[in-house]
Design a protein around this ligand. Sequence first.
Ligand code: 0GY
Length: 297
Amino acid sequence: MNFETQDRIISWVADPSKPRFVPPLGAVDAHCHVFGPMAQFPFSAKAKYLPGDAGPDMLFALRDRLGFTRNVIVQASCHGTDNAATLHAIAKSNGKARGVAVVEPSVTDAELERLHEGGIRGVRFNFLKRLVDDAPKDKFLEIARRIQQLGWHVVVYFEADILMELRPFLDAIPTLIVVDHMGRPNVAQGPDGDEMRAFRSLLDSRDDIWFKASCPDRLDAKGPPWDDFATAVAPLIADYPDRALWGTDWPHPNMQDATPDDGALVDMIPSIAPTLSLQRKLLVTNPMRLYWAKEAV
Ligand code: 0GY
């Protein structure tokens, strides 16, 4: 990508609405990112999009506006395997952020330990061809074996059409797995659609596969208030309440046309988690178990 000539994408709403839904005390936004700032943390030469700066101060202001307490910052593909921007944001959070890194297969044990010290608790394997050049399963498995001793988990990002092909790989991962955006099922098919059923079969294959009930804006073509997403996802959370996480996905990498209002995203939480008990699991208990295990109650 030629950074000199490329326009930088502003993929977030500058002034999101204040949500009417009040999240439970200690709520965690378990899927968000930081971009740069570029002058301090340049983007990867392999980045597939060139975003505007969306650094930690913006993220923490959004967190407060939405009524959340903590963030899990997932290394975005535009930063490649240089986790410096993510670590910088975690360091600025006063203990209120943890992270998920992307690493090279050649990463050293010393580097993994440095990442752990910096608040990283998982690695992400991204299978989206529009975001990464390659996704070597054998190397990913080696990484998964190595991070086991740190107590980390694996976050996988894939689209529904490759789920079957990925099953042997997923079966071989020795750590807990979190699937980003439920593996992007077609929510228009409803809760019993083929893709949602295939995802449920994955969840049923092991009790340590979790999912992020996130990204209605990416999955529901009808747009806000994302009713198809709610109809398809609410039963999943009801049936697997101890394995669900939620996140804004701010600053919504690469979303150029239908940039979502983060306040509206928060306001749809009760339509996927209608009871106080489910909301507490989704937003507090589950993410705390995974990312702040020592502080979890
Ligand atoms: C997401 C989704 C996307 C991008 C990334 O790392 C990334 O660039 O994750 C996407 O484009 O679907 O989870 O943020």
